[in-house]
Design a protein around this ligand. Structure first.
Ligand SMILES: N[C@@H](CCC[C@H](N)C(=O)O)C(=O)O
Length: 323
């Protein structure tokens, strides 16, 4: 099969976007899983942290389905949603649209550039739940905020929340990649504790309304950034009174930065996630269904100017982390 792909990223959390609205595809669920495993493979020709399938919707301007490199489908993807937001708004010539996702129809809007020449979008991250049953997490607590999980760590405390994909957040004085990687693997192997797996994040405070977040993503491993994890982390720092509700929180990561604002509407929280949506290249690939191998890549078009602009933003972000 021939598939037109758009390689894109949010905070260097990179995706392959496939437009099923205009492309004459008729993918089965098995096809989508195979496509995710094949195209995300870092040892293959493309390599990515996930696939964004953009489909028609009966209730919104478009629908997003996100698949991890292991072929599992996620309830939500914050960085990916910004890329889909850009793709759909540009395609329809609008500044804001609603995107259907597995658990919510979410408003997305084009915003002023957060850095020179960086296309920037804001998306809603919701529904948010602190009920342990929403992840689910096997816990003696109905709400698990800054509590230990003895099978994961003797020293750390964790906050569990779904946004609506599942997250465990732990605030640490310093981020150690090896520890996080170990913790992420153990948490995702323990199906009694976390039957649906979990995204695990370390949050390092950097000052007033400023944090650094590193995430082990379910179905992927350590990534440069995870939009839902940064949103869940920002909200967690508000809940533990480290940062302020209704105020912008600058969230730095390995691939750049985003701006999160946690809001409360009655009893419900919602997080606004603002950040880049950058196109890397587009091309057409030929995928052999029998062998699941990419046999040809053609018409590769690199988005040189915006990649150059993003490199500048990333250098700025890395400077902020080390200040
Ligand atoms: N990188 C994404 C989250 C992708 C899904 C995640 N790995 C999961 O399985 O929940 C983001 O930007 O939110």
């Amino acid at each position: 099969m021939n598939i037109e792909i758009l390689k894109c990223h949010g905070s260097n959390n990179d995706f392959v976007l496939i437009d099923e609205m205009t492309g004459a595809y008729s993918f089965s669920e098995e096809d989508r899983i195979m496509i995710a495993k094949t195209l995300c493979n870092r040892e293959g020709i493309v390599g990515a942290d996930g696939i964004l399938f953009v489909l028609n919707s009966n209730v919104a301007e478009a629908q997003m389905r996100m698949f991890n490199p292991d072929g599992s489908e996620a309830e939500m993807c914050g960085n990916g949603l910004r890329c889909v937001a850009r793709y759909v708004t540009e395609k329809l010539g609008k500044d804001e649209v609603v995107i259907e996702t597995p658990e919510a129809n979410l408003p997305v809007v084009k915003r002023e550039e957060m850095y020179e020449d960086i296309p920037s979008f804001e998306v809603n991250i919701e529904p948010v739940s602190f009920e342990t049953s929403s992840l689910p997490l096997q816990s003696p607590h109905q709400i698990h905020i800054e509590q230990p999980i003895p099978t994961l760590s003797k020293d750390l405390t964790f906050t569990a929340l779904s946004v609506p994909n599942p997250h465990l957040i732990t605030v640490v004085p310093e981020v150690h990649d090896e520890n996080l990687s170990w913790l992420g693997k153990v948490a995702n192997q323990d199906k009694e504790l976390l039957p649906n797996g979990v995204n695990v994040s370390y949050v390092q405070p950097l000052g007033d309304q400023k944090i650094f977040v590193r995430t082990y993503e379910r179905g992927v491993g350590l990534t440069n950034a995870c939009g839902t994890a940064m949103s869940a982390s920002a909200l967690t720092t508000v809940i533990v009174e480290m940062n302020q509700l209704n105020e912008e929180i600058f969230v730095f990561n390995r691939g750049g930065f985003v701006i999160c604002t946690a809001l409360k509407d009655g009893d419900d929280y919602v997080i606004k996630l603002r950040g880049n949506a950058t196109y890397v290249y587009s091309s057409t690939i030929q995928l052999d269904e029998a062998t699941s191998e990419i046999t040809e890549v053609k018409d590769r078009k690199l988005f040189e100017a915006e990649n150059h602009a993003y490199a500048k933003m990333q250098s700025y972000a890395q400077e902020q982390i080390t200040l």
